[in-house]
Design a protein around this ligand. Sequence first.
Ligand code: G16
Length: 543
Amino acid sequence: MNIHTVATQPYLDQKPGTSGLRKQVPTFQQRNYLENFVQSIFDSLDGYEGTTLVLGGDGRYYNREAIQIILKMAAANGFGKVLVGQGGILSTPAASNLIRQNQALGGIILSASHNPGGPEGDFGVKYNIDNGGPAPEKITNAIYKRTQTIDAYQMLEALDLNLDQLGTVALGEMTVEVVDSVAAYADLMQSLFDFDAIREYIASGFSLAVDSMHAVTGPYASKIFEGLLGAPAGTVKNGVPLENFGGGHPDPNLVYAHDLVEILFGDTPPDFGAASDGDGDRNMILGSNFFVTPSDSLAVLAANATLVPGYKDGIAGVARSMPTSAAVDRVAAKLNINSYETPTGWKFFGNLLDAGKATLCGEESFGTGSNHVREKDGLWAVLFWLNILAVRKQSVADIVKEHWATYGRNYYSRHDYEGVDSDRANTLMGNLRDKVGTMKGKTFGSYTVDYADDFSYTDPVDNSVSQKQGIRIGFTDGSRVVFRLSGTGTQGATLRVYLESYEADTAKHGIETQEALGELIQIADEIAQIKTLTGRDQPTVIT
Ligand code: G16
């Protein structure tokens, strides 16, 4: 066997963000850049010799090259086996499932999620641990620390493997098994949802459109919706994964999934629409002429969980990220179960799911999931909705409106200011941090500040503390404004402003969201001086 120890020098910018290391492709293509990070992952793990690793990505540009490099490095470092998705493809939830099913030590997922792809687009590397979930901060911090001092990596000299051929081959002393990317995931979905009921509902005339945005869910969605559930050919739009996502931005929201939005808000809309993102962990749910906010979606799933076979015995608890609306908290209160508020980042749900404290989790950033894997899961959320619709036989809009009538409506919106100068964004956040200690009791228009802080989270399972997770300003009527800088962007800074107000009165549930939040939007600008400090008149994206 021809294993080389290759000398290298550290790159100082390899700090993992909200979800792994995300950089533009040319950054990853720098000499030894990927190798340094991968060796740093391996060096941060205990006892990996002889163990199994799962490897796959969302198929974006540089996926195949990166997989060949990582396979040879895994072989040189003494891993026993790598399970790799056919063609190098694994959606993030499918990778999480494979790690769990095969008792793997962990997995490397190659994705920059919803960020654009292509030679000038983004790429990313994320490590997931043996529970199938993203590595917690103590591991990502150790990886980062290692990247600062790394001086060598291990590489096997070997020919590239054929990633398209299913089966098992040797790579040095390691085994590589190329597995069907879809099969195990589709089996898992069938174990959770009533496929017969959904199939019958579709056969009876219920219509749907699913947009895979030329990203990883294409093969999964085609097999599940058009194959197993019998939906007509053409139900899955943009179903062929492309290395640059067809030039699009594979982010399932009202702005970037506009093709689907036009269909659902068109003259003859189908009953249901859904989109998923680059790596298949995000989802957007639409009804005919109706948008379901991710926060409401989580609340509706929690309230209706017992209609679905996989959750028929009830849910143990729910968890949401701090900026996500409190709609699901109201469901938890009614069900008399706990509701947890975590920092942004799916990694914070792992302990709660492992400990059985939470069954369903969700985030405002179009992520929903459960204890079936340890990632958010876009198609799972779509199937959950379809199962509820097949049982209740009401429209999406009627289900959500009934939900609001029962629990009240949490009006909610996120305003993103993308590509802001980093210094200006840091000044804005710094100013807010300086202010929060003295804000309690202050009045802005008709709102009075009830509390203001920089969110800090103590994990109830391992007591680890995560600080500076976003500025929260809560008002006495339950409304909130939250400010954070995104941890997933690759250019400049993205300021996220999250706005939420609660309305119990059903007669006032029909107001347009931006109008309902109008005064809060002005107050957010007044407090944070957004326009002045960012130099922007309006957000880049409103969801
Ligand atoms: C990732 C994380 C999510 C987070 C989202 C947005 O999602 O897994 O937990 O909510 O980023 O994070 P930020 O606000 O820091 O940009 P994904 O789908 O990009 O992996």
